[in-house]
Design a protein around this ligand. Structure first.
Ligand code: NAP
Ligand code: 3JN
Length: 358
């Protein structure tokens, strides 16, 4: 018999993504009968609020999943590798936010606006994978275009916010920014000279999270470097687009960390089989699920991280025909990486699961 409420575990509940999962479950009135908040032993003794009540944070153990219907995992790949199979074995359906299972052919990789039908295949391993945030927002924007004009090639550059690296990275950026803003002298009269001199001591600073200073810097380096000299983040966009949207699309990516707080931005260039004008694309995207078009240059209107933060929609704008080729478009896509890029996408998957299968 179908249940009307569910026991839900959040693994990594104290982290940036886990915390947002709790908020999204609450905001969308997910039918939670009982919530189990799991993290490392370091967080034992802490409590977190859900639906107006404080709940204890428990240490994640293999036995944590007894009677749990749905497990939302975001504590890193090695934790998912070890504990997702235990949870699945105990009858819990895992929605995993890490890269660990994404390319497993027996695990569906799902963006609800793009390939919700794949959720049906969760039964093979009792695990569903949530894609990488940069892939999710790009595909939410491209799916309606692909359906009409068939995309042949994607060239994407990302501008990814620091929240994508978690809470320690946000702290690193804030501390570095404060120190630099306080120590660097600036006057309009002699500003540039003072700035150059003031910046010198900050060329090389001690860091804990990133290999270089992130404050006032762009790092063309997200995740580890691969043998082909792309980063793993770049290859995730290539691999995941093939699995979710269409394996015949050619994808090349450059992923860059920029000193913004929330919201990843992407410059996306596509080549299509059928010609699609910018205005047609705008109209298509206006009707697309999960998309909000902000595209009025006459009013300086375009997607910004400040507009995307805390917003469920993926913002799309700067829609232009690529004048260097016959059938191509350029678009600018911004979305909240912790929300649609992680927590919201996972909860949307869980919503479909309970509506159709559990
Ligand atoms: P975060 O803010 O650093 O939080 C990490 C979480 O994992 C914390 O709750 C932490 O608990 C928990 N954790 C760490 N080691 C653990 C252990 N041994 N046992 C149990 N829990 C443990 O990181 P985040 O930004 O939330 O990201 C977490 C993971 O989510 C990432 O590693 C990544 O795999 C995934 N993620 C996916 C996307 C996406 O694109 N879909 C985006 C961001 C992140 P304590 O507080 O107790 O240490
Ligand atoms: O860097 C970002 O903006 C997104 C980060 C995602 C991430 C961070 C650490 C480990 C992932 C991911 O989801 O691909 C992983 C991982 O699970 O490999």
């Amino acid at each position: 018999m179908k249940k009307d409420s569910y026991k839900v575990a959040v693994v990594g509940a104290t982290g940036a993504v886990g915390n947002m999962m709790i908020k999204v479950l609450e905001r969308r009135s997910f039918p939670v009968k009982d919530i189990v908040l799991l993290a490392s032993g370091r967080s034992s003794g802490r409590t977190l609020e859900f639906n107006g009540r404080e709940h204890p944070v428990l240490e994640l153990k293999e036995s944590s999943f007894e009677g749990v219907d749905i497990g939302l995992f975001s504590a890193g790949g090695s934790i998912s590798a070890k504990f997702a199979p235990c949870a699945a074995q105990a009858g819990c359906v895992v929605v995993d936010n890490t890269a660990h299972f994404r390319m497993d052919p027996e695990v569906p990789l799902v963006v609800p606006e793009v390939n919700p039908e794949q959720i049906a295949n969760y039964t093979v391993k009792n695990i569903i994978a949530n894609p990488n945030c940069s892939t999710i927002q790009m595909l939410v924007a491209l799916k309606p275009i692909h359906d009409v004009a068939k995309i042949k090639r994607i060239v994407v550059s990302t501008y990814q916010s620091v929240s994508g690296t978690g809470k320690d990275a946000l702290e690193e950026m804030l501390l570095q920014s404060r120190e630099m803003a306080n120590k660097i002298d600036w006057t309009k009269e002699d500003g540039l000279n003072k700035l150059w001199t003031g910046l010198k001591p900050f060329r090389k600073v001690d860091t804990n999270v990133y290999p270089h200073r992130i404050a006032f810097e762009c790092l063309p380096h997200i995740d580890v470097f691969m043998p082909n000299n792309y980063t793993k983040e770049e290859m995730k966009m290539v691999w995941e687009t093939g699995k979710i949207l269409d394996p015949t699309i050619k994808v090349t990516a450059t992923t860059v960390r920029v000193p913004t707080f929330f919201g990843h931005s992407e410059s996306v260039n596509i080549e299509t089989e059928k010609k699609l004008g910018a205005q047609e694309a705008r109209e298509l995207l206006r009707k697309a699920p999960g998309v909000k078009v902000l595209d009025d240059p006459s009013r300086n209107e375009y997607p910004l991280t400040a507009l995307a933060a805390g917003e469920d929609f993926t913002l799309v704008g700067r829609i232009r025909e690529d004048e260097s080729i016959d059938k191509g478009l350029n678009i600018w896509v911004v979305s909240d990486n912790i929300l649609k890029g992680a927590a919201l996408n996972a909860v949307q998957i869980a919503e479909i699961l309970i509506r159709k299968y559990l």
